[in-house]
Design a protein around this ligand. Sequence first.
Ligand code: PGA
Length: 253
Amino acid sequence: MAKRPYIVGNWKMHGTRAMLAEARAIDRASERLIKVEVAVAPPFTLIHATRKEANLIGIGAQDCHNLEGGAHTGDISAVMLKDAGAGFTILGHSERRANHGEKDADVRAKGEAALAAGMNIIVCVGETEQQRDAGKATSVVTKMLKGSLPQCDDPAERITIAYEPVWAIGTGRTPTIEDIGDMHKAIRESLVAIYGEDAAPDMRILYGGSVKRENAAELLAAEEVGGALVGGASLSAESFLGIIIAAAETEEA
Ligand code: PGA
């Protein structure tokens, strides 16, 4: 059965407690927008407070360590995030891969830890501009999926993929609708190869990279797009709700 579109806000390294008002506003509005599944991933410091303020939307983290605990100064485990109120975590975002040298195997280990802790995961993949220009976008993304995705008995319920071309993140540029559709179809094929024909068709594949209110309807209507991972435009309730409303309208169309 087709799932509701999933719209996830990635707040990145933005937000102090003043941002809780935005979370409250998103949460309140989402009560009327039941055709869409809404979530936000605030920074670690706001997870617990956001969970207390917002009880209708999903709350997640942006990363986790691959171990349950230990001598790892500054790191946070999936068990801790779950305890703080996170129901899911984003993993393998291109900013983590670029700024912290995370490799596919690291992403997979984190995914295993998050699933074991009882959290769902959103695994990010995407090519650089250079890779796209060289005609390697699909092979790069296929390899990332193979290396980054953990084994899972129930992937359709627990694992979401986010296709985020690196060159589209925070730049205002987006691929063509055709290119998004082609990549999402290739991702679906990889999911069939990894998880099998029963589970893969029900797994959600999000598009991310410069999604905003103005382009959301068009992007969400692309083939195989099951929602969006939104950075900059998720930082105010007003702009994020514009995207959520566009997703609800796509469902009605
Ligand atoms: P953006 O970020 O919407 O600001 O381009 C998307 C993301 O990095 O998840």
